[in-house]
Design a protein. Structure first.
Length: 468
């Protein structure tokens, strides 16, 4: 018994009691340094100290001396062999370190992996003849989103290329379409033609590389025509830069590679139309008024929202934003994130978030403070935009855009100026979606949560049929 080491369990006990090492030391009549040595397994536990802990905290001494580390190491070694984890596997020493110093994290990790395996089993039951590899393969959109997120949605090389493409001076937004048109013709022998909608079919832009012609649809407004020409300018003037960025992405799926080149060229186009320094200056001066910024650069509301997520240059950062675009069915059709926000990664399906109610007030910016079940707080603004209309069937194809940031940045945005930050009802309680949201008594619940049992009382009718 005198050789017993209980460091992780003692540390967990202290944290459960919300005590510091000094507070625990006072309770036990020892020095804080002795508690620190015990927690780090640098002192073995005497019988006298074991009994003092058991008496002071009303616990069974056998719970403290129970050694589960061997089983935990075995569990972790088994889990990290799962093919879902790529890269070098942690060795036994690293696993023991995790168990000793982060036992709660280890427990959560093991629970998460078990939930992952259970979900896979259910998927395989419905998968038919599809292989595990096919089921686990991420979509091109997911792969590219992760690549952009890993770079904080900021690419210094593309920013520099866009600045160099101005030839030393940023042209007037009003003249940019004609300048780009002339530049493509004079420097690259590429002509630009705006064609009738019925001649373009469903296409909005088609670059015929062999003929040296860029075809633009009449359905595009001026801002989008300029954007498309800037996109082509990147393809013809910076192919080596695109190839280098794509090569170091580590992506190998052909569809994802093609999509990545498109997104990188779009990044260049936005940087060309809204130069970094000028954009940051205008954003700060206008308190991030999106319409004012769009007017200053003759760009669209959506182009500004997306470009604002890229202001992450070291030494000259803007507010770190995430950006979502959803359709009327609630599908996320575009997602950019300069942060690691949980809401940005998986959100978009909660009806309490006004990203959905924005469809009822077209063209109106709707600000909202929201809080996730875990306590994370954000400030978001939502507004509808329209897809290009080129026939009767394409009318009223509205989308809603949401631009958001952590609530601690809200004071820098003019959209938040009318709110009382001290109002206890300021934050709307939202979740990722009903299946993952643990909130009770939500009048908008549409599904039973997967991992939470909601209370049921046959004699009471609650807000929804899922709880009472």
């Amino acid at each position: 018994m005198s050789k017993t080491l209980i460091g992780p369990r003692l540390r967990q006990l202290r944290r459960d009691q919300k005590q510091t090492q000094a507070e625990m030391a006072r309770n036990l009549g020892v020095s804080p340094s002795y508690i620190n040595l015990l927690e780090n397994n640098q002192r073995s536990l005497s019988v006298q100290m074991l009994m003092s802990i058991a008496e002071a905290y009303a616990i069974d001494w056998r719970e403290l001396t129970k050694d589960e580390s061997t089983r935990r190491v075995a569990d972790l070694r088994n889990v990290v062999q799962d093919p879902v984890f790529t890269g070098e596997r942690p060795d036994v020493q690293e696993l023991r370190g995790a168990i000793d110093h982060a036992p709660r994290l280890v427990n959560n990790f093991l629970q998460l992996h078990q939930a992952h395996r259970n979900a896979l089993e259910k998927i395989l039951q419905l998968a038919g003849d599809n292989t595990m590899e096919e089921l686990l393969r991420a979509s091109p959109e997911t792969v590219i989103h992760d690549f952009f997120r890993d770079h904080r949605n900021h690419f210094p090389e593309l920013e520099k290329a866009a600045e160099n493409a101005w030839y030393g001076s940023f042209s007037s937004p009003e003249d940019r379409f004609h300048e780009l048109r002339r530049r493509l013709h004079e420097d690259h022998n590429i002509s630009v033609t705006v064609r009738r909608i019925d001649q373009m079919g469903a296409a909005l832009r088609y670059y015929d590389e062999s003929a040296g012609v860029v075809h633009l649809s009449q359905a595009l407004n001026t801002a989008n025509r300029v954007f498309q020409l800037a996109h082509v300018l990147c393809l013809v003037e910076y192919p080596d830069l695109l190839a280098h960025t794509v090569e170091r992405s580590g992506i190998d799926a052909p569809n994802a590679l093609s999509r990545l080149r498109v997104e990188l060229a779009n990044y260049f186009a936005a940087a060309f139309l809204m130069p970094y320094d000028e954009l940051l200056k205008e954003a700060e001066a206008s308190c991030y008024d999106i319409d004012r910024i769009a007017a200053a650069f003759s760009t669209s509301f959506e182009q500004v929202c997306q470009r604002l997520t890229t202001l992450q240059r070291e030494g000259a950062k803007g507010v770190p934003f995430f950006f979502l675009r959803i359709d009327k069915a609630g599908n996320v059709t575009k997602r950019f994130n300069s942060t690691s926000f949980h809401l940005a990664e998986y959100g978009g399906s909660c009806p309490v978030w006004n990203i959905h109610t924005a469809f009822y007030t077209p063209g109106v910016v709707m600000p909202q403070f929201v809080e996730m079940p875990g306590g994370e707080r954000y400030f978001t603004v939502s507004r509808t935009v329209h897809r290009p209309v080129f026939n009767e069937e394409t009318q009223d194809r509205r989308l809603t855009l949401a631009l958001g940031c952590e609530a601690r940045y809200a004071h820098r945005l003019g959209y938040a100026s009318s709110f009382n930050f001290e109002d206890p009802k300021l934050y709307a309680p939202i979740g990722i979606n009903c299946q993952l949201c643990p909130r009770q008594a939500c009048s908008q619940r549409a599904h039973q949560p997967l991992f939470v049992e909601l209370p049921m009382d046959e004699n009471r009718r609650g807000n929804t049929r899922y709880e009472s």
